[in-house]
Design a protein around this ligand. Structure first.
Ligand code: ADP
Ligand code: MG
Length: 278
């Protein structure tokens, strides 16, 4: 099946994720805060939707709602056609923070724990699957290490291995590389992409960096600033999916201008186009 397309042979199968007219609000001391308003999108099987928008536009809130941690004020979230009622092992989340691993378990222990809980594997089976995934993210030598002995990038690799190992209906990633240095970030983006393509994982990937959205996503959904609303949507196909091509730069520039208006693009192709001030 081509990247980013639903399986035309099975039109009756509901999309892995359908978000329909969702509004999210928080009750605060100063009253109700609307995080996102009337947001709709679907993610087809094997698609990677990059949810792109400025800081504070509600990306994490949307991800939390899909994760089942935040109940929409209105609208519906369907996972394989069924309403999301709470968290579940069919959704695995990778966060930005480096402290998402259980500190008292080893690298392998962290992945095994998730496998036993989410997939009900025996200890031996969980160990075998965990070792396989730890190897696939390049950490075979660190399987018995504890998280505090790892670099930030290595911890993120463990979190990614754990998420893939469980084989959820959808992977939810909330700026997983935002706290990494630029070189590590590039490498991790490429590694993630390779794993996604190899496994066909359906993914919701949140980011505030345009180049990362275009690189990782098969589709980019742009949210406007607070409160977040859908501002634009771009398919990423063919040449545009490959960093360094003219088509990639053109799409990046188009999204940039969609968000910043007529401000000139940086001539530095390596620059991250951060939307913090959009
Ligand atoms: P993003 O991930 O795009 O930076 P968030 O989803 O974190 O945005 O936040 C969206 C809006 O909701 C912001 O205005 C933020 O202040 C508000 N918000 C987020 N979490 C909470 C919370 N727990 N309580 C109150 N307001 C919140
Ligand atoms: Mg966020």
């Amino acid at each position: 099946m081509p990247q980013g397309q639903q399986d035309a042979r099975a039109p009756e199968v509901p999309a892995p994720l359908s978000v329909s007219r969702v509004t999210l609000r928080y009750q605060t001391e100063k009253g109700l805060v609307t995080a996102v308003e009337d947001v709709s999108f679907t993610i087809g099987r094997g698609e990677r939707l990059a949810l792109l928008g400025p800081s504070g536009c509600g990306k994490s809130s949307l991800l939390r709602a899909v994760g089942g941690f935040l109940k929409p004020a209105s609208g519906a979230i369907l996972l394989n056609g069924a309403p999301v009622k709470g968290p579940g092992p069919d959704r695995m989340v990778v966060f930005q923070e480096f402290d998402q691993l259980l500190p008292w378990r080893t690298v392998s222990g962290n992945v095994e724990f998730a496998l036993r809980r989410a997939r009900g594997l025996s200890a031996a089976a969980a160990r075998s699957v965990a070792r396989d995934w730890i190897g696939r993210v390049g950490l075979a030598r660190f399987a018995d290490a504890f998280p505090h002995t790892l670099s930030g990038g290595m911890k993120q690799r463990v979190a990614i291995a754990r998420a893939f190992a469980v084989q959820p209906a959808i992977l939810l990633m909330d700026e997983p590389f935002a706290a990494l240095d630029a070189l590590s970030r590039r490498r991790m983006q490429d590694e993630l992409l390779a794993l996604c393509e190899e496994t066909g994982a359906t993914t919701l990937f949140v980011t505030h960096a345009i180049d990362e959205a275009v690189h990782v996503g098969t589709r980019v959904l742009v949210l406007s600033a607070h409160p977040g609303r859908v501002a634009a949507e771009y398919p990423v196909s063919g040449e545009a999916a490959r960093r360094g091509t003219a088509a990639f730069a053109a799409l990046e520039a188009e999204i940039q201008s969609r968000i910043f208006g007529s401000e000139p693009l940086s001539s530095d192709a390596e620059a991250d186009h951060v939307l913090e001030h959009a």
